[in-house]
Design a protein around this ligand. Sequence first.
Ligand code: SIN
Length: 303
Amino acid sequence: MQAVGSDNVVEENVVALEIRKVSHALGAEVIGADLSKPLDDRTFQQIRSAFLEHCMLLFREQALTREQFIAFSRRFGDLDLNEARPAETKVEGIPELMLVVSRPKPDGAPATGRYFGADWHTDNSHLPVAAAVTLLRAIELPEVGGDTMFANMYRAYEMLSDGMKKLLEPLYGVHMLSRAVYDLSTPERAAESWRRFPAAAHPAVRVHPESGRKALYVNDQVRLFVGMTAAESRSLLRYLSEQAVDQHNVYRHRWRKNDLVMWDNRCVLHRALADYDRTQVRHMERTTVHGTTSGYSYQGPAE
Ligand code: SIN
């Protein structure tokens, strides 16, 4: 935005934003931004630094068109085109947009099938280039429930003892798609399994490429550590997961229509709560910003 100053010089009118924390552990609300309009660079930099500091941002009352939502998302980097996603999550002609929708059956019976994103996870971590940022808008919500939870993985790492930090430092966790069944019994079946359900190994402790801070990078989709069996890895994974999502380390977001929430997948876990009436619609729209390479494609033992 531009305005004429008192000395008749056209000057940039930087929007004054208020950044208000939404919980002790993470997250902040940005007040005063209108994301339907292009943001000047200084306003965008305020948002970007609040994002790096708080790891999750909330913008209320953003009645955006899909094009405006994508334009804002693009400010954070290249967007995922959702090529490997199922047809029902796609929107014709807008490959950057992903639908996260639970809708009752045409006769009004409850939706069946899995609730999307109900495990604690970080987006696209089954790929070597996992997601950096996810942006999610609430389009239509159930009367109650369907909240999203977030956990701060910087704090999860910082809460560990020096001994545990040292143990985790060289480990790589294998991130697999939840509920995927890997048949590795013959080379042909294994090749088919890896094609359908790609997996990636990422460091258990990740250095955030922008902040330089260390974050714990394990979640419910990590099945094992490279070089260990799933059974050997299980107790350690369970311990780390429980610590990470401890009540002192989370924020629970109660959605309102036209909320836009964005989170940093490099230092935040999230899950969608499967606690709403499935005769009602929950319609969210998402964009996903590509990250940098932090892992490698994994095709080793699954148990
Ligand atoms: C997701 O896991 O990306 C979606 C979260 C949600 O629907 O609340």
